[in-house]
Design a protein around this ligand. Structure first.
Ligand SMILES: [Zn+2]
Ligand SMILES: [Zn+2]
Length: 161
């Protein structure tokens, strides 16, 4: 927790700009395979914000439905990944820390998607780590949309959704 601050950010080409009010400065890493694919990187860094606290000041994201439970916003002109949003979540959404004008104002608090951490590129910083399959809220959401099979993060689960 902490003070409310206003974050500003946008995509690489400038077609999409946003502002967002957030409580505190906590962000998280996600190392899951879906985020690796979506960002073309070895992990994602996200800050969770209230949907109603985000204003699209210029343009707005295009969306890719990355599974039955989530969509990912990006700039249709330059491709910058901007958001992660659960389809059934009315309150919260995530913004990519890298799209912020001042990403250094955020502090990482947790590693998610532990099962897919790319070890040679990962330095243990002592922060808590959680596997995707151990996130009960995520697994419940996934099962409700995709059925009873294995969820992402389990050894038999899908690796690219
Ligand atoms: Zn752009
Ligand atoms: Zn992820």
């Amino acid at each position: 927790m902490g003070e409310t601050q206003v974050l500003r950010g946008g995509c690489q080409c400038g077609a999409v700009r946003y502002s967002a009010r957030v409580e505190g400065n906590e962000a998280y890493y996600c190392h899951c395979r879906m985020c690796q694919r979506a960002l073309g990187n070895l992990f994602a860094a996200f800050v969770s914000v209230g949907r109603r606290d985000v204003r699209w000041e210029r343009g707005g994201p295009a969306y890719y439905k990355s599974s039955e439970i989530a969509r990912r916003g990006f700039c249709r002109e330059c491709g910058t990944p901007l958001t992660f949003e659960y389809l059934d979540e009315q309150e919260k959404m995530d913004l990519t820390v890298g799209s912020l004008d001042e990403p250094g104002r955020m502090r990482p608090a947790e590693h998610f998607g532990l099962e897919s951490i790319v070890e040679p590129f990962f330095t243990d910083d002592g922060l808590p780590r959680e596997r995707t399959e151990d996130d009960e809220e995520f697994v419940a959401r996934w099962r409700a949309a995709h059925g009873p099979g294995p969820a992402p993060g389990s050894s038999a689960g899908p690796s690219s959704t």
